[in-house]
Ligand binder design. Sequence first.
Ligand SMILES: O=P(O)(O)OP(=O)(O)OP(=O)(O)OC[C@H]1O[C@@H](n2cnc3c(O)ncnc32)[C@H](O)[C@@H]1O
Ligand SMILES: [Mg+2]
Length: 198
Amino acid sequence: MMTFPQLVLASHNAGKLKELQAMLGDSVQLRSIGEFSNVEPEETGLSFVENAILKARNAARISGLPALADDSGLAVDFLGGAPGIYSARYADGKGDAANNAKLLDALKEVPQEQRGAQFVCVLALVRHADDPLPILCEGLWHGRILTAASGEQGFGYDPLFWVPERDCSSAELSPAEKNQLSHRARAMAILRQRLALK
Ligand SMILES: O=P(O)(O)OP(=O)(O)OP(=O)(O)OC[C@H]1O[C@@H](n2cnc3c(O)ncnc32)[C@H](O)[C@@H]1O
Ligand SMILES: [Mg+2]
């Protein structure tokens, strides 16, 4: 069994930190990479896996601690899987509201049955910056893109993501419910097994 009393989370996204810490409970203390550096690494990979490893290595190098990274995004069927790994930069770095507005516009007039999408999450854990065997875990969450934003919880694309299991947007779920259903929850369940965490 591998134990990590402390892990640095290679993310500048406060929403991810909150969700991942809630899922891990007291077993692991997540420290934000923001404590060590405000410089965000360029996400130059062509896949969620590559970007997650790149972010984890960078955080381990800067902090000297084992590091966990989360690379995630929204893959929309009608858009051939876009924005995908470019989800955070979809509206050229103008932020969540601009990303959501651009997505609604791209799907204007697209009927319900063609609005399928999945949230993707890849977690990468490295024991040190040059770890030759990163632990990789992925999770998918299938849903649909709504025609208007709804709900105040969560972050990012949550107000536009319709959750079939609950017939509401993911921004209308309580944090606890989202953390049981989401792409991130599914990836984390696999990571917990890999680490033999209870
Ligand atoms: O790279 P870090 O620093 O971790 O933070 P980030 O926000 O840039 O994270 P990503 O590069 O992984 O990009 C993820 C994108 O997908 C969105 N996203 C990921 N998980 C989400 C979730 O649970 N709910 C809503 N949007 C999500 C998020 O808002 C970003 O636009
Ligand atoms: Mg990012």
